[in-house]
Structure formats: structure tokens, C-alpha cells
Design a protein around this ligand. Structure first.
Ligand code: GLU
Length: 265
């Protein structure tokens, strides 16, 4: 059975772009008699707000979407992400990194990767004494990409351009890559749908699946809705917000059409 999901981060209200993503996943599930799940990706507690979660669920229901089972909320599953990081670390595949973004940018040989400068590996081989000296300071957990690749067979996509990606941080649970991949696996998602701009990141997810023995779902990538001038829709732009379109008297069907999913005639 096909299982899809919509996984918004509650950093703002639902807008036409996120409604497009939700409708894309919902239609794929419903057309095939499958399940459609909802997951709130709120691990970034600095930027996420519970009132946005409430508003997103309400706007989705107003748009006519229904979902199966309980909504999964990532901030309630921190121990699970910690356990994945501990597992990778115990196999020598993850290490502590104390470098700031500025440190990394200042490194002359850092090539540019899909997420900015590629980590030059400064902290990969720190001695125990050097590590002990940093005890108590903030750090990030990084995946040792080269070592990780030696532990798995051929992958559907090449994660090497990402270098040693961040998979977690002190005081915060896993990174986006780690949590999204873990949750798609535990929720039994068979078709991950996401915007085309996240296609490259999928290579990192495929690597984590191989390392952790998680199933590899199918993927479908959708367009990013843009403004008439081709610029990206912004969550703070009232004109494209579902809330505002509701208040302005548009019907759910009209808003679905604006989000690229007109009802069949
Ligand atoms: N939470 C992610 C976002 O809002 C999307 C999850 C995914 O499909 O990877 O962009």
C-alpha cells in the first residue's frame, strides 16, 4: 500500500507553496487508496512555534485534506534521534565538531557543496586530549562521509558533494537529514514527496538508509510554486497565505486551484 506524508516545519503559516506540497502528497495517496500521514518537523525550537502547528492543521482541514492516524511531532521523539546518533558514533561513523561557520568559511581549501562550504575535516582526527579540552563547549555531530561510504554498497544517489554533513548538535536532537530519514522509515512511508530543491539532500538520506538498514522509499519531486516574477513564495507574504485567502473569502476549491490542484471538471 502506498503511504505518503506531508512534513511541514511550523516556522510560519501555511502558504500556497506548502499547500501545493501537501496536496501533491495527499492526492498521490488518495488516488491509490493509500495512507496519507502528517508530521510536524519542529526540532528547531528557535524557529518553530506551536501556534503555527495549530494553524497549519486547521488550514489543511479547511483545504479539504484528511490524514490517517496520529500526527507525529518530532520534538516528542528526541530520544530516538539520540539513539541513531549514538549507534553511528559507536561504529566510528560520527564525530564531534567544534568549528563555527566562520572557521569553515575561513578555510582556504573548503569547496562549495550543496549546503554551503564543505567541511574541511578539521575535527575528524582530534586527539583525545584535544577533545577533552573542549569538553562542555557546544558541538555538532558530523558524519564521517568517507568512512560511511566504505560501509555500504552502491547508493542510488551520490552523497559525496555534501562532505561530512551535520547529523546532530549538542542540546538539539538530530539534524533535518537524520530526523526526516528516521521518521520516514519508522512511519512506513513508501513514497516520499518533496520539492525539487530538496532532491540533492535525498542523497544523504539514501546513505543514512544504507547505514541504518532502513528501507528505501520511492521519491517524487514536485515544482516549487513561485510568484509571477519567478521569485520564491515567502511565508511572511500575506498575499500567498492560506489564512489570508480564507479571510478574503476564497473557497477551498479556489485555493486548491491556486495551489496548482484544480478539481477535475
Ligand atoms: N520539513 C521539510 C520542510 O518543511 C520537508 C520535509 C521533507 O520532505 O524533506 O521543508
Amino acid at each position: 500500500m502506498i503511504v505518503t506524508r506531508f512534513a511541514p516545519s511550523p516556522t510560519g503559516l501555511l502558504h500556497l507553496g506548502s499547500a501545493h506540497a501537501a496536496l501533491f502528497a495527499w492526492r498521490r495517496a488518495r488516488a491509490a487508496g493509500g495512507r496519507f500521514l502528517l508530521r510536524i518537523e519542529d526540532i528547531d525550537t528557535q524557529r518553530c512555534r506551536p501556534e503555527y502547528t495549530t494553524a497549519i492543521l486547521e488550514d489543511l482541514a479547511w483545504l479539504g485534506l484528511d490524514w490517517d492516524g496520529e500526527v507525529r511531532v518530532q520534538s516528542e521523539h528526541v530520544a530516538e534521534y539520540d539513539a541513531v546518533i549514538a549507534d553511528l558514533a559507536s561504529r566510528g561513523l560520527a564525530y564531534h565538531c567544534w568549528c563555527s561557520r566562520t572557521d569553515i568559511e575561513a578555510h582556504a581549501s573548503a569547496p562549495h557543496g550543496p549546503e554551503g562550504p564543505v567541511y574541511p575535516g578539521t575535527c575528524r582526527h582530534l586527539s583525545h586530549a584535544d577533545q577533552a579540552a573542549r569538553e562542555g563547549e557546544k558541538f555538532a555531530w558530523r558524519l564521517d562521509m568517507r568512512h560511511a561510504l566504505q560501509q555500504c554498497g552502491p547508493l542510488p544517489r551520490d552523497p559525496r558533494p555534501f562532505g561530512d554533513v551535520v547529523i546532530g548538535r549538542k542540546h538539539t536532537p538530530g539534524s533535518y537529514h537524520l530526523c526526516v530519514t528516521h521518521d520516514d522509515a519508522v512511519q512506513g512511508v513508501t513514497l516520499v514527496t518533496r520539492a525539487l530543491d530538496l532532491e540533492p539532500a535525498t542523497a544523504v538520506h539514501n546513505l543514512l538508509q544504507a547505514l541504518m538498514g532502513w528501507p528505501v522509499p520511492d521519491y517524487a519531486f514536485h515544482q516549487l510554486l513561485t510568484n509571477a516574477d519567478g521569485t520564491r513564495l515567502a511565508k511572511r507574504d500575506r498575499a500567498v497565505g492560506i489564512r489570508a485567502l480564507r479571510e478574503d473569502g476564497h473557497s477551498p476549491a479556489a485555493v486548491r486551484a491556486m495551489a496548482g490542484f484544480a478539481d477535475p471538471a
